[in-house]
Design a protein around this ligand. Sequence first.
Ligand code: GLN
Length: 280
Amino acid sequence: MSGLTVAAALSVARASGVDRLDAQLLLARALGRPRPWLIANDDAVLREDQSAAYLKAIERRAAGEPLAYIVGEKEFHGLLLTVSPAVLVPRPDTETLVRWALDLLEGPLSAVPSPQVVDLGTGSGAVALAVCHACRRADVTATDSSAAALRVAHANARRLGLPVRFVAGDWWHAVRGRRFALALSNPPYIAEADPHLPALRHEPQAALRSGRDGLDAIRCIASAAGKHLEAGGWLLLEHGHEQADAVRSILAEAGLVDLQSRADLAGVLRCSGGRCPGPV
Ligand code: GLN
């Protein structure tokens, strides 16, 4: 389609049901221009290669693919991360987990000179990299069972110049024999039959689904926490919007104390955590 103007390109997107902001971002990208340029130039004509790239991107977005995969990047806690379909798209909800981790590192764990921190199931590296970036004295290790995800995370760490160590393996298996002052995870927590799963079909299912009630990964992480936390060390987990009570019971059963939950920006209890008994 040659001779497409900026205005016409945006109405094609509207007709395909693509959100206006997403369409503007994709068009600005195809044109190599900042988004405000579009507003002052709605009669500018796209080159053929630009139309082709843009229309392809609109088609992908209209088919439900996350914008982050189409543009290959996503901002998380002030860091620009590269993402691919090998990793979950980092969500703003997960910044709740990072903020809680930083509160602990600056509060109860502030006397630990080089706190050992682990991010279990790191995906793009979002949580580990955000904590490492905001708290330089933390010694951060991140794990994932997916080699493809670890490649993405590793590339993000290199590009951002952040010294996070990456290890392959399932949950604690990747770091057996080590103990941590702070363990973090945004594990899969969606129940197999959850009606939201079809909308998430473009994302890695292993990062989303976790058994009949969505709590399999959380039970697995909690049950071995005692062997991997230092005395006084904390475990913080992200979970689904109706799982806070269940997760706190699982943490209690695992012997953790000081159980708490924290809400995300929408006011939903999104993370729960607790501490291994004993002084830090
Ligand atoms: N928060 C994600 C969602 O509901 C799920 C992430 C996860 O399972 N860890 O879209």
